[in-house]
Design a protein around this ligand. Structure first.
Ligand code: TRP
Length: 451
């Protein structure tokens, strides 16, 4: 059996795990959800969710993963004392494969837009830009080609291993992503009339806040931190015994939040500057923004060209660091459990995810009959994972860790075997045992329509 590998440095741990957290969830989903749910007030609730529920959840997955130093299925199994908790790890792997399938479709659209921007951009009036998106996404070949391409790029990083593949890629991609984001935030905020966008992000309007907004914020927080699919558990299995779990979780959550807010500062000032409504939903970055680029930089076509190339490059980088983490969850399980090489394990993951991705891509227009419960297959996969599997996975993980795993294991991992003070341990235990499961159960029941 191959050596499993581990992250080589503290910086590697932070950048790789932050790479998993930072993704289309920050740059695409967070801005449109903020736009639809009332701006700053949504962000405040989101912050409460990240810090009160997200961080304890992250530490929980870290504890399970680092304790066993094995893939997700085995990590849960090792702590379950003969009970079938190992299923939770397997469920995490299945969930992450489905997520990778549809996430790669959206990431593939970003690749196409990057390519189109490099060739000169998408020029025309508002209805042309919309038609461009509809025609492209319902083409049978192009989006499917980009989806497979994206999964194959991810495959190439993951097969190289933890230190030479994942850690190295994160150390290059994350700083690039940050620099691109800063350039784009500055250009967006310096447009005339940008102030209104900044105000929208920073001035809370609590009149829009209802129970639904709170639940949306919680769901977004979980998706953005990659919680509930054994992703963090898999990465933690490569942490060293010196890694301070609570501190790392806090740092990663901070980086993730800062990047999401910066993404807002990139999108809203530009949108407000040209008078575009920011609440257009998921199509914001594919339909609204190409128009914004054209109008905002209409008198400076070269600047507009550079900005749109940088923007779609940013999306591709962000998506890639996330797809790498999703891919690794399955790869680690397949090669360790099937006792094959890492390369073969990675191929099992790649081929399965390509098949899911092809169905998701075709369901967006080329083959509309690929639908379930009145949703196209891509939306079905998205709903199934983010509204059912992810909350269920994180709920069960809290119960497992809080009530079944021996307290000694939890406290040893939390305090690095007594070498850290661990003064927050009592609070932590209270959060994972009671507060987190209750809150997650509330969203879950709400989504099932119980109240
Ligand atoms: N957190 C990522 C984002 O914000 C998405 C992501 C990466 C993810 N890995 C995951 C989501 C594992 C669920 C499970 O885009």
């Amino acid at each position: 059996m191959e050596n499993r590998g581990s992250f080589g440095s503290k910086l590697g741990v932070i950048l790789a795990t932050a790479g998993s957290a930072v993704g289309l969830g920050n740059v695409w989903r967070f801005p449109y959800m903020t736009g639809q749910n009332g701006g700053a007030a949504f962000i405040l609730i989101y912050l409460v969710c990240i810090f009160m529920l997200g961080i304890p959840g992250m530490v929980g997955e870290f504890i399970i993963g680092r304790h066993s130093a094995a893939n997700a299925a085995r990590s849960y199994h090792n702590l379950s004392n003969g009970k079938p908790w190992g299923i939770l790890g397997v469920m995490g792997v299945v969930t992450s494969m489905i997520i990778l399938g549809f996430y790669a479709v959206v990431a593939g659209w970003c690749l196409q837009y990057l390519y189109a921007s490099l060739l000169g951009g998408i020029h025309g009036d508002v209805s042309y830009v919309k038609q461009y998106f509809v025609e492209f996404s319902s083409d049978p070949i192009k989006p499917t080609f980009w989806t497979i391409a994206f999964i194959l790029i991810t495959h190439c990083v993951v097969v190289k291993g933890v230190r030479n593949g994942i850690e190295k890629a994160s150390k290059i991609l994350m700083p690039m992503l940050f620099v691109l984001l800063i350039v784009l935030v500055i250009s967006s905020c310096s447009l005339p009339g940008a102030f209104k966008g900044i105000e929208f992000l920073l001035k809370p309007d609590f009149s829009k806040v209802d129970e639904n907004v709170m639940l949306e914020a919680l769901g977004q927080a979980f998706f953005s931190l990659s919680l509930g699919t054994a992703c963090l558990c898999t990465y933690a299995s490569y942490f060293s015994r010196q890694t301070n779990l609570l501190k790392s979780a806090t740092q990663i959550a901070l980086i993730d939040t800062i990047i999401a807010i910066m993404a807002g500062l990139m999108i809203f000032p530009a949108a407000f500057s040209v008078g575009v409504n920011p609440d257009s939903g998921p199509s914001l970055i594919f339909i609204t923004l190409p128009n914004v680029f054209q109008q905002a930089f209409g008198s400076m076509p070269v600047v507009g060209y550079v900005i749109s190339v940088l923007f779609y490059a940013l999306l591709v980088l962000a998506a890639l660091t996330s797809t790498i983490s999703m891919h690794e969850i399955g790869t680690a399980m397949f090669y360790e459990e099937l006792k094959v090489t890492r390369k073969k394990g990675a191929w099992v993951e790649t081929i399965t995810c390509c098949i899911i991705g092809i169905f998701c891509s075709l369901s967006c227009g080329a083959m509309p009959e690929l639908s379930l419960f009145h949703l196209n297959f891509l939306d079905f996969c998205d709903h199934l994972t983010s509204q059912l599997f992810m909350p269920l996975g994180s709920f069960a993980t809290c119960i497992f860790l809080g009530w079944y795993v021996p307290k000694k294991v939890v406290s040893d991992e939390f305090t690095n075997w007594g070498t850290l003070k661990g003064s927050l341990f009592g609070v932590y235990l209270f959060m994972v045992r009671i507060v987190c499961p209750l809150c997650i159960l509330t969203i879950f029941l709400h989504q099932l329509g119980v109240f």
